[in-house]
Design a protein around this ligand. Structure first.
Ligand code: ADP
Ligand code: ASP
Ligand code: MG
Length: 451
């Protein structure tokens, strides 16, 4: 068996869905479990519906739910116009999902109070809608397909908007459900992103979480491969929307891919790699708009050559500079500082230290940062610096490569650096620059390394 995950643009409209169904047809011999995201922009629309409800904006709710319903019905009609046996149940299910959502959101709107639990229920509808339509299209095109409810098999904790998967429960539930759903069928389709807690209350895996769903399912069924189908030719040397001349990487190690994803490359959800590593399952990143391209193959590190693979970045980060004001020894200082980050649930990206000061970076959207600063201020002088960007050069054994450091350093002449950090396994060299210099710096470094 293999897992095939199709992202928002790969299922973003009738043409994309038709192309996707043909790609799946080409893999039927490998018994695919198909995981789909919501149609492109639909999850954003659902977030807007949730926000409108929270602010009691009844008109906003109604208009956006109408938009949601119309987009899905129009897509179903375009794809199934000559097949009433599939079109009618598809439309009826789309209406059922939208009606239920509307009732629910109107209740939230009346209260004007939106919990994470309610929000997760609202934003998960995109995957329910897309998978319903695509399932009918596959059946209409002669691929016998069962719709599997991810909420019954993907179990997380009760962190509703960013559920932490319960790996052992997922491994216990998925194989049986897949085997049952496959009986007499050519394929199974299920939803990315959505899950439930142990009590069956809906949760989601966080933005972009469908990649993670695919790799969790792959792990649970011991898939031969996990294919992530998206809208670019594979993992590239940099984000093609920001960097000119980004090139496809034919092969990457699990570690390199994980590092890239954690350090800003949106092409994969940062946690996608971990479940695949557990079972050593190769991940392919492929382009649904250009299926004949070989894409990127992600494998165990010993099969991957050393060298620089990418320049990733996070555009908007915070730097926190912490200066010890008391005479404490360095180890006591470090542990006190990191306890505060951990107690406030704040995760740190980069760290750089000297005898009596520490600089760390965090995502700008980090909650509780004010609490962290207040707690640190009890024993240290703290400086919170905003509007910075973090750039990471990633590749196996990169520092041992001849000239690499020089090629990174040369284009940086005259650019102020706020923090520099190199990890112990020599896979990641990162630094922080002013946000307004991000584009220029990333492009210069990319040119210097890859042109
Ligand atoms: P999907 O909807 O298929 O999950 P995403 O939009 O989440 O797609 O991810 C694909 C996008 O990631 C690409 O269109 C590209 O703009 C962006 N991206 C950022 N960094 C990279 C990179 N290093 N390689 C490839 N794509 C990247
Ligand atoms: N639909 C979800 C999102 O937009 C999950 C995903 O696309 O991976 O975040
Ligand atoms: Mg994605």
């Amino acid at each position: 068996m293999i897992v095939m995950k199709f992202g928002g643009t790969s299922v973003g409209g009738s043409e994309a869905i038709a192309r996707t169904v043909e790609i799946i047809r080409g893999r039927l011999g490998k018994k695919p479990v198909v995981v789909v995201s919501a149609m492109t922009k639909i999850t954003d629309l659902l977030y807007r519906i949730a926000d409108a409800a929270a602010s009691k904006d009844l008109r906003g709710v109604e208009e956006n739910v109408r938009d949601l319903r119309e987009r899905h019905i129009a897509t179903a009609e375009q794809l199934l116009e000559n097949d009433a046996a599939n079109l009618l149940p598809a439309i009826s299910r789309v209406n059922e999902i939208c009606d239920e959502l509307e009732h629910y959101v109107l209740a939230v709107c009346a209260l004007g109070e939106l919990s994470d639990r309610s929000k997760a229920k609202i934003v998960s509808n995109g995957e329910l809608l897309s998978s319903t339509i695509i399932c009918h299209v596959m059946n209409s095109k002669g691929i016998r397909t069962t719709w599997m409810d991810a909420r019954k098999v993907m179990v997380t904790d009760s962190c509703y908007m960013q559920g932490e998967p319960d790996m052992s429960e997922i491994c216990a539930r998925v194989p049986g459900a897949v085997a049952e759903a496959y009986e007499g069928m050519d394929a199974i389709i299920t939803q990315g992103f959505i899950a439930s807690n142990a009590d069956g209350v809906q949760t989601v895996l966080g933005r972009g979480g469908s990649d993670y769903s695919a790799s969790l399912i792959g792990m649970a069924i011991d898939a031969k491969a996990i294919e992530i189908w998206t809208d670019v030719d594979g993992v590239l040397t940099a984000d093609p929307r920001r960097v000119n001349g980004a090139k496809r990487l034919a092969r990457l190690s699990f570690e390199e891919a994980a590092e890239m994803a954690h350090f800003g490359a949106k092409v994969l959800h940062p946690l996608t790699i971990e479940p695949a590593v557990r079972k050593n399952i190769p991940i392919y990143v492929l382009n649904s708009m250009n299926p004949s391209c070989e894409g990127t193959l992600i494998l165990q590190s010993n099969q991957i050559e050393d060298g620089v693979k990418s320049v990733s970045f996070k555009e908007n980060i915070l730097v926190i500079n912490i200066f010890s004001t008391k005479m404490i020894n360095a180890s006591g200082f470090l542990s006190k500082v990191f306890d505060i980050f951990s107690n406030n649930g704040v995760s740190v990206d980069l760290v750089s230290t000297s005898e009596a000061s520490i600089s760390v970076t965090c995502d700008s959207s980090t909650k509780n940062i004010d609490r962290v600063v207040a707690d640190l201020s009890d024993f240290a002088k703290v400086e919170l610096v905003r509007d910075k960007s973090q750039i990471s050069v990633i590749g196996k054994n990169l520092v041992s490569q001849k000239d690499v450091m020089q090629r990174i350093a040369l284009p940086m002449r005259g650019i102020r650096l706020y923090l520099i950090s190199q990890d112990a396994s020599h896979i990641n060299f990162s630094f922080v620059v002013d946000r307004e210099l991000l584009n220029e710096t990333v492009n210069k470094i990319h040119d210097s390394l890859f042109a």
